[in-house]
Design a protein around this ligand. Structure first.
Ligand SMILES: *Cc1c(COP(=O)(O)O)cnc(C)c1O
Length: 376
């Protein structure tokens, strides 16, 4: 018999006025895809991140799909996507009938680099989908310069990097398009939700139209485009408004939790048993989920560590992504050694606002002991 789960990997923390705002939306009957919480949430996120014209949508995946559609992604076009990321990235490209061409990541940052992107360029490459994974901004200045040199567009996927900075600017300020997700385990959540930012103001109008079934906002029942129902509800946006009032808190909490895990687990890195997340100079991670990568063993040893910390200590962990080129829907013959290494060796630890120092110490100690036991 295993003990009950004592620490979930992730959970939303609704510690502000979320309930008050949702109750207000219910009381006034504004529960659907229109209402003042939607526009307030769009303004709050835009203001916080120093970006213009955020467009709230029903998910991060919808945000990616609309960003790609508004850039004209379509058949015969290649889009560079990391192999090591969440599946939504490759799915959204495929929804547009464009082709995701995978690129490998750097083992220490887990993000794409200019060099890895360059190694995946084809004659049909039109753009790059750059993901800031686990809250760490990718080398976005380098990649922006590269895209400008090659005439490629750049989409930043900030789903895991709300509030992260590169060169003293928020991640999200470099792309032609930038997307966020507000899924329940993200730094800011609306339950399900997302947001798109477009640098180009005409494309903003197109995205607003595509979000709402391609409807012309000035003429009833006139749909000049094939659009989607990707509206965010006013209920979800009400939660988002409560969350945004606490955005500083949620970001500081992620950083506090990460610093404490790092301090507690550093001795295992010094013994070369695992690698902790890095934070290169000039970027500032928000540590969406804290994690580590075992340096030895393989899939089996990693799963043993995860099983034991769950069964003996009630600590829920998560393995890293299976690289997308190994999934049936996106299978490729090419290998991506860094993505595969991370997929086999990575473990995500419980990370959320309010996880106390004592709890972090307990999780760290239990995990460290199990790693030492499995690898001794
Ligand atoms: C969560 C996430 C998404 C998709 O967001 P949903 O809101 O779940 O559709 C996209 N990209 C990355 C990197 C994510 O982490």
């Amino acid at each position: 018999m295993s003990p009950p789960v004592r620490f979930q990997t992730s959970r939303p923390v609704l510690a502000g006025k979320e309930l008050e705002y949702v109750a207000d939306a219910v009381r006034t009957g504004w529960i659907s895809g229109q209402g003042s919480y939607i526009t307030d949430f769009e303004s709050a996120v835009s203001r916080y991140l120093h970006l213009d014209g955020g467009i709230a949508v029903s998910s991060g995946t919808a945000a990616l799909h609309l960003a790609l559609a508004a850039l004209g992604a379509g058949p015969g076009m290649d889009v560079i996507v990391p192999s090591f990321t969440y599946v939504a990235c490759a799915n959204a490209v495929t929804y547009c009938r464009a082709t995701p061409v995978f690129a490998d990541c750097d083992r220490t940052t887990r993000n794409l680099t200019r060099e890895s992107i360059e190694a995946s360029i084809t004659p049909n490459t039109r753009g790059v989908l750059l993901v800031h994974l686990f809250g760490l901004p990718a080398p976005v200045e380098d990649v922006r310069r590269f895209c400008d040199e090659k005439g490629l567009w750049l989409i930043e996927d900030c789903a895991q990097c709300f509030g992260g900075t590169a060169a003293d600017r928020f991640a999200g300020q470099f792309g032609d398009m930038t997307v966020f997700s507000f899924y329940g385990n993200k730094i800011i959540s609306t339950g399900e939700g997302g947001m798109v930012f477009a640098r180009d103001t005409e494309r903003r109008g197109l995205i607003r139209c595509l979000r709402n079934q391609g409807l012309d906002p000035t003429r009833h029942h006139w749909h000049p485009y094939l659009g989607f129902n990707y509206r965010m509800t006013n209920l979800a946006a009400a939660i988002g408004c409560g969350q945004m009032e606490m955005a500083d808190y949620h970001i500081q909490e992620r950083r506090r939790v990460a610093a404490r895990y790092r301090m507690n687990l550093l001795h295992l890195q010094q013994k070369r048993l695992l690698m902790l997340p890095v934070n290169p100079p000039s970027v500032c991670s928000v540590y969406w989920l804290y994690s580590f990568v075992l340096t030895a063993g393989g899939e089996r040893e990693k799963e043993r560590v995860r099983d034991i910390v769950l069964e003996e200590h009630g600590i829920q962990t998560r393995p890293f992504y299976i690289p997308l080129h190994l999934l049936p829907a996106h299978r490729r013959a090419r290998t991506f050694p860094q993505a595969e290494f991370l997929g086999e060796h990575g473990i995500v630890l419980p990370t959320y606002s309010g996880l106390s120092d004592e709890e972090i110490d307990e999780i760290s100690e239990a995990t460290a002991n199990v790693v030492l036991r499995v690898f001794s």
